[in-house]
Design a protein. Structure first.
Lengths: 571, 177
């Protein structure tokens, strides 16, 4: 019997435990298994095997009962997830429905989640831009949050490392504010997008429209074929899961790679209750899991724990990891855990028409989505009465319409014909928000989830800086559109609630000083060095870039460090 | 037995693809009831036949299939039943109930007995009607827009007329217009 127990502990002991199988967790899995470490990846949701479990991926529009629309009753029952742009009949099986996993909104917050193997890496918008020192130095220069303990030079080689493997398409644009990477060929701008690029160049030397950089295999290399992935086929049905592996996801890339090493144990249906802290050893010894099928509580053990549960769930797990030593959450000596949560301000869009270049249209589909305008406000110096700025997406397409006024054969004939209208151009804002102590998450005192774990309570809102940023976006974009000869310019307040950007960040921020931050420059909890956080929770500030690429680079860098520290017996 | 079940399932699947709605073969029908299961709308066999005739008038069979053979009337019902607000469903049902009376008043004959030309003439009157929240107009507008959606998104049209590409494999931003 005693032997049995010992065997059982042995079976539950690994070198590393990774919590979460999304973009960053998948990278941790790949790095550790490649380096020969026995790695347990815990995923709270169900398995999703590449290709096999992409159940809708090859369906034609007419095969969806409601032609991809979500029925009204389901919309009413799940208002939060239904506000997500990617939530439709073809993708809904990859999203958490509101009622399945409730949380407390102290202030309105749309928390979009993907609880399955691969997490939201199946669903992301695949936009990938590097940070620059204009971002890393932001808090120090503009006196908010705390200084980042790293700079661009620390992460640059790791950006290159993950870009080469993931496959990022883009042009080498030579912009200091948006460093170039290891690119596959870019998806080119179309005629009207190019026109806007040229028009801006003439009038605004520091404003650029570039081909959006994205995690698509425009021209795969051997390393991508080795992963079983082939060239992107321009379907733009990405969120169904891609049978070609045309875009990067954990499912298509890092997880099968890790699996091939023989060092990966992937355990779905495993909700993490907490991280186990051993006071005598002064470090974490493992993770307490609840099996969602059997409701059984199981402890797993490891020398290193990587927390990649998605930004807010990482906060939840750490806050719920209490012990005599850490009464308010693991590593939370300063009480700042869960605070300084921030996001991206997506509350504005602008649209217009362009009557030029009508000799062109587009053919096929662009998986990159079009153009990207890097932040141009307050970059080289402070120039406005608000802090930081915004990046913007920019895209154009010819409007196609059908004459549906007729009845009978006239109507039938007309429906077969499309009329090409002017170019329709549009942009949406991606504003940096300032992390504040008043924007926080915490454990709810009363409400528990189905496994007895406290629900997360979220209190995050916009502030005046965000509205000033929005006004500036309207003003500048309108002026730029005007300069490009666009007409019928319309700005729109999208009334987006925080969270719907799906770029929630912070709560376990990095910093130099254990008094004012939770993580050091290697993503280790200051107070519990064998626990690393490399997902969105670690973010000290938000930048204006889509954040996933940065999490992946952080993860590879931190994993490399963890292994070297382990070899030196420091962990 | 197994084979029979499989055959039935196969037929059902075929019909789902054809019309976007669960359809039972005609022999299963009890006279007087609609041929599809609906959650919110109560539709009689007569209603269904009227709707079939209306959608067929909108998109008639020519050398290519029309609304009836593409089962677009069932698609319309499915969408109204699942995707519209209770308020719009109510208006829709009122409009459906009032449609024939309105038609008779305008033309002196029922929709079923009217010539195609007469049908078109009256439908144009409804289409151009300005009265807000008029149930007959609402019923007509919804039926027409869903018929068009169902038509353009039908397998036939997407395969033969306005082709849908599942795998384009290309992008050109300077394609000659």
């Amino acid at each position: 019997m005693a032997n049995l127990a010992i065997d059982s502990v042995k079976e539950r002991t690994f070198d590393v435990i990774v919590i979460g199988s999304g973009a960053s967790g998948g990278w941790a899995a790949k790095e550790f298994t490649e380096k020969g470490l026995k790695t347990l990846v815990l995923e709270r949701g169900r398995p999703v095997e590449h290709v096999k479990d992409y159940t809708t991926t090859n369906m034609f529009p007419y095969e969806f009962e409601h032609r991809n629309e979500i029925p009204r009753k389901e919309q009413e029952e799940n208002p939060i997830v239904n506000r997500c742009y990617a939530y439709h009949e073809d993708t809904r099986h990859f999203f958490v429905k509101d009622a399945e996993h409730p949380y407390v909104q102290e202030k309105p917050f749309d928390w979009i989640r993907g609880y399955q193997v691969g997490g939201k890496s199946l669903l992301w918008a695949r936009q990938t831009q590097r940070w620059s020192d204009f971002d890393f130095e932001g808090p120090a220069r503009d006196d908010f949050a705390v200084d980042w303990p790293i700079r661009y030079k620390d992460i640059a080689p790791w950006y290159s490392y993950v870009e080469r493997f993931a496959g990022i398409s883009g042009n080498r644009d030579g912009l200091a504010e948006l460093p170039d990477g290891e690119f596959l060929p870019a998806f080119p701008l179309n005629a009207a997008e190019d026109h806007f690029k040229k028009a801006l160049k003439e009038k605004y030397p520091n404003r650029h429209v570039i081909s959006a950089r994205c995690a698509h295999l425009s021209k795969p290399n051997q390393i991508h074929f080795d992963q079983g992935r082939v060239q992107c086929q321009n379907r733009t049905l990405c969120q169904r899961g891609c049978p070609f592996g045309g875009y990067f996801s954990s499912n298509a890339s890092t997880l099968p790679w890790a699996q091939k090493t023989g060092n990966l144990t992937l355990r779905p249906f495993s909700v993490v209750h907490s991280i186990i802290y051993d006071e005598a050893k002064g470090k974490a010894t493992g993770v307490k899991v609840i099996d969602t099928n059997t409701k059984e509580e199981i402890d797993f053990f490891a020398k290193i724990v990587f927390v990649n549960a998605s930004a807010l769930n990482t906060n939840l797990i750490l806050l719920n990891s209490t012990s005599n030593r850490f009464r308010q959450g693991l590593g939370n000596d300063n009480g700042l855990m869960g605070k300084y949560v921030a996001f991206h301000n997506y509350s504005a869009t602008i649209s217009a028409e362009y009557d030029g270049l009508l000799e062109y249209k587009t053919d096929g589909r662009n998986p990159a989505g079009g153009g990207y305008i890097p932040r141009f406000r307050n970059v080289f110096k402070q120039e406005t009465d608000f802090l930081r700025g915004y990046a913007a997406a920019f895209s154009a397409r010819r409007k196609e319409s059908r004459d549906s006024k007729g009845i009978g054969e006239t109507l039938k004939d007309n429906l077969a014909k499309t009329e090409l209208g002017p170019w329709q151009v549009g942009s949406h804002m991606m504003g940096e928000t300032i992390p504040k102590v008043s924007n926080y998450v915490r454990l709810d005192k009363n409400q528990k989830d189905a496994w007895g774990i406290p629900q997360l309570s979220i209190s995050v809102e916009y502030d005046d800086n965000d509205w000033k940023i929005r006004e500036d976006y309207y003003e500048q974009m309108r002026e730029m559109f005007d300069a490009a000869g666009f007409t019928n310019i319309k700005t729109q307040n999208t009334d987006r609630r925080p969270g719907l950007d799906i770029h929630e960040m912070g709560g376990v921020r990095m910093g130099h000083d254990p008094k004012t931050s939770l993580l050091n420059e290697w993503h280790q909890l200051h107070a519990c060095k064998n626990v690393f956080v490399t997902d969105g929770a670690c973010m000290t500030s938000t930048g204006t870039q889509n954040p996933t690429l940065t999490y992946m680079a952080f993860t590879a860098r931190a994993a490399d460090y963890a292994v070297s520290e382990m070899k030196k017996q420091n962990l | 037995m197994d084979k029979l079940i499989k055959r039935r399932t196969a037929i059902r699947h075929l019909l789902i693809i054809a019309g976007g709605a669960m359809v039972l073969p005609a022999c299963y029908r009890n006279s007087g009831k609609a041929s599809i299961q609906l959650q919110n709308l109560t539709i009689s066999e007569d209603d269904e036949n009227l709707l079939a005739a209306l959608t067929e008038t909108l998109i008639p069979e020519t050398t290519t299939p029309g609304a009836k053979s593409l089962k677009l009337h069932l698609f319309v019902l499915k969408m109204v039943d699942d995707c519209y607000t209770t308020e719009n469903q109510k208006l829709y049902m009122e409009g459906l109930a009032g449609f024939n009376d309105f038609f008779k008043k305008q033309s002196g004959t029922s929709f079923a007995d009217a010539t195609p030309a007469k049908r078109e003439e009256v439908l144009k009157v409804i289409q151009e009607g300005k009265k807000k929240d008029d149930p007959v107009k609402k019923f007509y507008d919804i039926t027409k827009s869903k018929t068009i959606q169902g038509y353009l998104n039908s397998k036939y049209v997407m395969t033969n007329i306005v082709k849908y590409e599942l795998v384009p494999g290309r992008y050109n931003g300077y394609f000659p217009a």
